[in-house]
Design a protein around this ligand. Structure first.
Ligand SMILES: Cc1ncc(COP(=O)(O)O)c(C=O)c1O
Length: 388
């Protein structure tokens, strides 16, 4: 067993950039057009084609994508929006940004996504939409969610922050499974542009509204004005935002999009390696992949059962002492100050269980098998010492 502590800590995630990304950025710098422009438009076209949607709108982050999606869907102050608490806090923050109220719904114990059987009892006359998260890249049960939504006249928006390239019923997330899907290009995601986001939809009017809102509701974009041989004067018909993606980001995104399938395949290989080696530990719950879903393994998250020989936080410390970064699994939003409320303490038992017992292990495209072997061996060693 190779127990030598590596000279550098193995990170939980690391973006993969090569010469092509570097050259793409240099080309944008030399072009003189560094804000949202031709590269962003090209990234949108390629992204829409990749996921199979009619339209894609590039924005500055998934948070801003979700905010615009809610606004474009007509979510208004006082409306309730159902979402899981087991998610990054942005999922609930954007509902508050739109003036609406997040209503947390418990999750399924094996997929960590919103549990369709808990949705109906959370619906009230004020419910407007369901924000379904594809947590760490595993698609939520969209068909069941859509069924419930259509019975109650609700909209479904996908928080697909983590789910680029993931598939549901054989089709990529971002297709018109719902009205809109929102993606993140943060460095912990499979495709990164530093920061960045994208909204996909097949609804022409929604796409046009979002396109406007992301740049102060300007009626004619600067790119269109720049390319026009006639003088055009734009107007601003409502209060919008500056949620633009820069061409520097889009240029990186274009290169990363060309590599996306290869990057996902490698992640899946590494995830499979983890699962086959860690399956010997009976107190460990490995990631599930239901038959209708294909995971992109944005993260590899395991969960400790109550008979585990070691606590989650202690395990993370032991890993760190051996030069391995890990992260607690997904946070529970209802435990954070802005969202604390007694009513959530009893209503979210699975969320509470999962957030307290899950841990995310290192997994990234450039991770070597030696690095992964080291993580697995340390994990086994820590477990073995804890049993003694
Ligand atoms: C589920 C989920 N939603 C939303 C976001 C926000 O994405 P961004 O950082 O691009 O704003 C994240 C980011 O981690 C996320 O995991």
């Amino acid at each position: 067993m190779n127990t030598a502590i590596p000279s550098k800590t193995i990170p939980v995630a690391r973006p993969s950039f090569g010469v092509d990304e570097e050259n793409a950025v240099i080309a944008v710098l030399r072009s003189g057009w560094v804000s949202q422009g031709p590269r962003a438009a090209e990234f949108e076209r390629n992204f829409a084609e990749y996921v199979g949607a009619s339209y894609a709108v590039a924005v500055s982050s998934c948070t801003t994508a979700l905010h615009l999606a809610l606004l474009a869907a007509g979510v208004k102050p006082g409306d309730e929006v159902l979402c899981p608490s087991l998610s990054f806090i942005a999922t609930a923050n954007v509902i508050v940004h739109a003036g609406a109220i997040p209503v947390f719904v418990d999750i399924d114990e094996s997929t960590y996504n919103i549990d369709p059987s808990c949705i109906e009892r959370a619906i009230t006359p004020r419910t407007k939409a369901i924000l379904a998260v594809h947590q760490i890249g595993l698609p939520a049960a969209i068909d069941e969610i859509n069924d419930i939504a259509s019975r109650h006249g609700l909209l479904v928006i996908e928080d697909a922050a983590c789910a680029i390239g993931s598939r549901y019923m054989g089709q990529r997330i971002g297709l018109p499974h719902t009205s809109m899907a929102c993606f993140s290009f943060h460095p912990r995601k499979v495709l990164t542009t530093g920061e960045g986001g994208m909204i996909t939809t097949c609804d022409k009017e929604l796409a046009a509204r979002i396109r406007g809102l992301r740049q102060h509701a300007m009626t004619i974009s600067d790119l269109t004005r720049h390319g026009s041989s006639k003088v055009v004067i734009e107007s601003y018909d409502e209060v919008g935002y500056n949620y633009r993606m820069t061409d520097l980001q889009a240029a990186i995104g274009l290169v990363q999009l060309g590599r996306i399938e290869e990057m996902i395949d490698r992640r899946r290989e590494l995830a499979l390696r983890y699962s086959s080696r860690l399956s010997s530990l009976p107190w460990l719950v490995l990631p599930a992949e239901p038959a209708e879903s294909r995971h992109n393994f944005q993260s590899y998250m395991v969960r400790l059962l109550s008979d585990a020989p070691i606590g989650r936080d202690e395990l993370m410390q032991e890993l760190l002492d051996r030069g391995i970064s890990s992260r607690r699994g997904i946070m529970a939003i209802h435990r954070e100050a802005p969202y604390r409320n007694e009513k959530w303490d009893v209503g979210l038992p699975v969320t509470n269980l999962v957030t307290d017992t899950a841990v995310i292990l290192p997994l990234f495209y450039e991770m070597t098998e030696d690095e992964q072997d080291y993580v697995i061996e340390c994990f086994e060693e820590i477990a073995h010492l804890a049993v003694k």
